[in-house]
Design a protein around this ligand. Structure first.
Ligand code: ZN
Length: 215
């Protein structure tokens, strides 16, 4: 399905994969390339879609391989208006103050790409959400994601960490993990991704699809 359209008119595709267990709601939402200079994150999402099409997830799973297709097309971090989309979410800690290169946009969710993701979360209310990034090689959690982060870390062999070590006002994790208490994971791949890492990262993503609906 079409989740939205970028500043330059590129489609933001969301691939919707049915689960092997018939159950209401969405088990997991996974997205990559919110930063356009992290092409390995989009590649992992594409490989995940391929893996799920031959071996379905437990619960319905939605994958957005490239949230920032304009940035990805030129391998730049920010979107076409030079906004850092991962500082543009309507979190309580959103602020206009920012270091160079981290422009959070004029207002929260001013950008079509972040607005599309916010709309998707509101529409799907997934039980786990994974943002795939590069290059820090770790699994970071917000909200209620700690147990899942530990399972994912075991699957991929990267460390599970509570903090990336610097403030992230207006980030996706701030809005949906910290503010809303959802199960939010940031899977940070190395850059580049070594050939031997893909299988473990795919196993880590599959860990996100196993949460049943609340009774
Ligand atoms: Zn990133």
């Amino acid at each position: 399905m079409l989740a939205g359209v970028s500043v330059e008119g590129r489609s933001i595709e969301a691939i919707d994969i049915a689960g092997s267990i018939a159950a209401p709601g969405v088990g997991a939402l996974v997205f990559g390339a919110i930063h356009g200079d992290e092409p390995g994150s989009a590649e992992l999402c594409r490989r995940f879609v391929a893996a799920l099409s031959s071996n379905p997830p437990l619960y319905r799973t939605v994958v957005v391989p490239a949230l920032n297709p304009d940035g990805l097309s030129r391998l730049t971090k920010n979107n076409a208006r030079d906004v850092d989309l991962n500082r543009n979410f309507a979190a309580r800690n959103w602020t206009r103050a920012h270091p160079p290169g981290y422009d959070p946009g004029p207002t929260p969710e001013s950008e079509p790409e972040s607005a599309a993701l916010a709309a998707l979360v509101a529409h799907l209310s997934p039980r786990a959400i994974v943002a795939v990034h590069q290059p820090f090689r770790c699994v970071n959690w917000d909200g209620t994601g700690e147990g899942l982060a530990d399972d994912m870390a075991l699957a991929c062999g990267y460390p599970s960490v509570a903090s990336v070590g610097y403030p992230t006002p207006g980030s996706f994790g701030s809005r949906y993990g910290v503010d809303e208490g959802r199960r939010v994971i940031t899977l940070e791949l190395p850059r580049p991704v070594p050939d031997g890492d893909w299988d473990g990262c795919l196993r880590a993503l599959r860990c996100c699809t196993i949460f049943p609906p609340e009774p």
